[in-house]
Write a protein that binds this ligand. Structure first.
Ligand SMILES: [Zn+2]
Length: 242
């Protein structure tokens, strides 16, 4: 029963994330004006706004003017619900499930905003960093966040100097700090390595066409996968490095 409730909360949070993804990068209020069709400006009724179901029932079109509604809306709702479901299954207790769901939801929103707008609003990244301090023991998380932020800053300076171009964004440093806080040193480094590994084929495919690919979605994916399979990855590391 708890698991169904938790997943449904995830659906509702996904609905909220859609508003955040659309409005925060444009510095619009997330509460006003209420949900409306971007084309005909008609206000949506509550039954036009039920996660996933409304989009399917309306055939992906506005109820008033039949303007197409982006598939992004039900997809964000779906994936947020999945994040909540998986996090619930992985967590030891409700408090942990809550902290990690909030953290991964914020990172998911940041990834979508980075993909769409090539922007990373502090309004989301700093609260996410704050939540990550509670991912493990506060002092451990805080120390590793500082360590990763420092390490990434240094790495950024070196890489920028080598390629004579600004490498990575400042926001990547905050995400690195979040990864350090959440996973600690060993798993944290694995997460960044995994994120880079997943990014390589994507960069090879779209990078050639001059498309600038953001890094945050890959770091987030690396973090989420490493967190999910922490025991297996630690075992693998132990086997490699003794
Ligand atoms: Zn409309």
């Amino acid at each position: 029963m708890e698991i169904i409730l938790f997943t449904l909360i995830g659906l509702a949070v996904g609905s909220f994330l859609n508003v955040v993804i659309l409005r925060v990068p444009q510095n619009q209020s997330i509460s006003f004006p209420p949900s409306h069709c971007p084309k005909c400006k008609n206000r949506l009724k509550f039954y036009h706004n039920v996660p996933i179901i409304s989009w399917v029932m309306l055939g992906g079109k506005c109820a008033y003017c039949k303007e197409k509604i982006s598939l992004q809306y039900p997809l964000v709702e779906f994936f947020t619900a999945i994040i909540f479901l998986v996090t619930f299954l992985k967590s030891d207790n409700m408090l942990q499930a809550g902290i990690y769901s909030a953290l991964f939801s914020a990172l998911f929103a940041l990834s979508m905003i980075d993909l769409r707008y090539k922007a990373v609003p502090d309004l989301i990244s700093f609260p996410a960093l704050f939540i990550s301090f509670f991912a493990r023991d506060f002092l451990d998380s805080f120390t590793d966040a500082l360590l990763f932020a420092g390490g990434f800053t240094l790495l950024r300076m070196v890489v920028s100097w080598i390629i004579k171009k600004e490498a990575m964004g400042e926001a990547d440093i905050i995400i690195a700090a979040i990864i350090g806080a959440t996973l600690g040193v060993h798993l944290g480094l694995s997460a960044i390595y995994l994120g880079a590994l997943i990014a390589i084929p994507a960069f090879l495919i779209v990078g050639k066409r001059g498309f600038h690919l953001p890094f945050i979605p890959f770091l987030t994916l690396g973090l989420f996968i490493t967190w999910l399979f922490d025991k297996q990855i630690l075992m693998l590391l132990e086997r490699i490095y003794g």
